[in-house]
Design a protein around this ligand. Sequence first.
Ligand code: SF4
Length: 317
Amino acid sequence: MKIVILHSGGLDSTLAFYIAKEWGAEIFPLYVYNKFLALKHKPDVSDLKIIDVTKEFIDIVRSPQYGYGKNLNPCIDCRILMLKKAKEYMEKIKADFIITGEVLDQRPMSQRREQLMHIDKQAGLEGFVVRPLSGGLLPETVPQKECLINRNDLLSIKGRSRKITLDLAQKMKIEQFASPSGGCLLTDPGFCRRLADLMRHQDRVAVRDIELLKIGRHFRLSPEIKLVVGRNEEENESIEKMIKHDEILVYVPDTGSPNAMLLGNKKQSVKIAASITARYSDKKTDKSIEVCYKDNKGIKKVRVKAATNEELAKWRL
Ligand code: SF4
């Protein structure tokens, strides 16, 4: 028996993985990744197949068929996409069915019984998704009808409490798993505020835009112009690496200073960008601060006062 497991690296899919192992199945773990997830949460299992769906997922996030959860998380559309990818993989390797770590009623948007059934149907997988943690409470699946697995092999866990699954993990001596929701940034209100701003101002959102949203402080200076200011050494390095030839790098020389990226390449915003950058430098209390800005023609300098808190609040996302 060959099984594809939709693995997130979290507790529930890790449990499902080990339960299916006890069935003696040959298991093919699949991680459907998008750039809104933290890759460091990826499952720590051998022979992991990773499929990056970021490009098609960006369109879904902008306009989900089944709406958003509490933030910009389009969980139903997301699960349908993940299962569609799992189906393609299942067919490619000629697996018998798919398992997931979903627990009935654990999440209000996508894990209620009727939603689980709807998601399976929309993914073209009716009867082919087995949920080992809650399968005892769900309709009979094709692998059960074909006696590949027994209904008694399935648990009947339900609800939001993680106590039962944590106890089970302890019993099964499972210690390594990612935090709940696997670091999905679409459930983070701060990230979603920046993403909503981006979608309002750009018709097309690229993968790089998502990468940029993950770092720095973001300031909207005009509908076309944005500034991203690094918060630490790592982010300063990322900004320097990610900057493109038509963008402007802003920094205060010869002192502790963030790197800032001015997107939109509008020279008239350089002074505002410089005053914001200066505000986060070690010279922020100086009366006049020299700030460098570097574009594709070279490095120039401008003198500014650091932005006030009121000014920052006006532009900050
Ligand atoms: S929380 Fe994020 S990754 Fe998880 S189903 Fe929702 S949108 Fe997808």
